[in-house]
Design a protein around this ligand. Structure first.
Ligand SMILES: [Zn+2]
Length: 177
């Protein structure tokens, strides 16, 4: 890590600590309560939607509607991990990153079309730096909540993700052939 990176990291932690201090991280930890507090702070409701995600899809996404924010997360995992995914997406929200657009006609239920857009948008939509920032936010939330982190989620930049996907495809093809 360069000196400039360290400075940027410290500035990010300071910004997040300020935000989280205003919002208040519940102790004992309560994810629903924390989501409510973030929603009140933003003045917009946040809906959590567990979903069965197809293989290869990201394990969570934030979809920003005109008046509501929706966090879709992988339901097929441990509670700890699901909560970490949600905290990562809340990190994107807190840091003012851009959520994938949720059309005004869409209600927060999960259609295949939505999942497709999620996969495309989450990967292409965030710069690698924003992925790391959201991870820092998630770990800070957990630290303030007095919890321990689970394994970090897959956070790749689009170019890396493409290579990994191509590799996975080749492996599939080899197995089939
Ligand atoms: Zn992310």
């Amino acid at each position: 890590m360069s000196a400039a990176d360290r400075r940027a990291y410290r500035a990010l932690r300071k910004r997040l600590r300020g935000l989280l201090g205003e919002i208040g991280v519940p102790r004992p930890w309560d994810l629903a309560e924390f989501c409510d507090r973030v929603a009140r702070h933003r003045g917009r409701p946040i809906h959590l939607v567990p979903a069965e995600l197809p293989p290869g899809a990201p394990d969570g996404a934030w979809l920003a509607g005109p008046t509501v924010d929706v966090i879709v997360y992988d339901a097929d995992t441990t509670i700890l991990r699901a909560e970490h995914i949600v905290c990562h997406e809340l990190g994107h929200i807190l840091l003012g990153h851009r959520g994938a657009g949720l059309g005004p006609e869409l209600t927060p239920d999960v259609s295949p079309e939505l999942l497709h857009r999620m996969g495309v948008l989450h990967r292409a939509g965030y710069a690698d730096a924003q992925e790391q920032e959201a991870e820092v936010a998630a770990s800070l939330i957990w630290k303030l909540a007095g919890r321990t982190l689970v394994a970090p989620r897959r956070a790749l930049d689009p170019a890396q993700a493409e290579v990994v996907d191509r590799f996975a495809e080749l492996l599939e093809r080899d197995r089939d052939g």
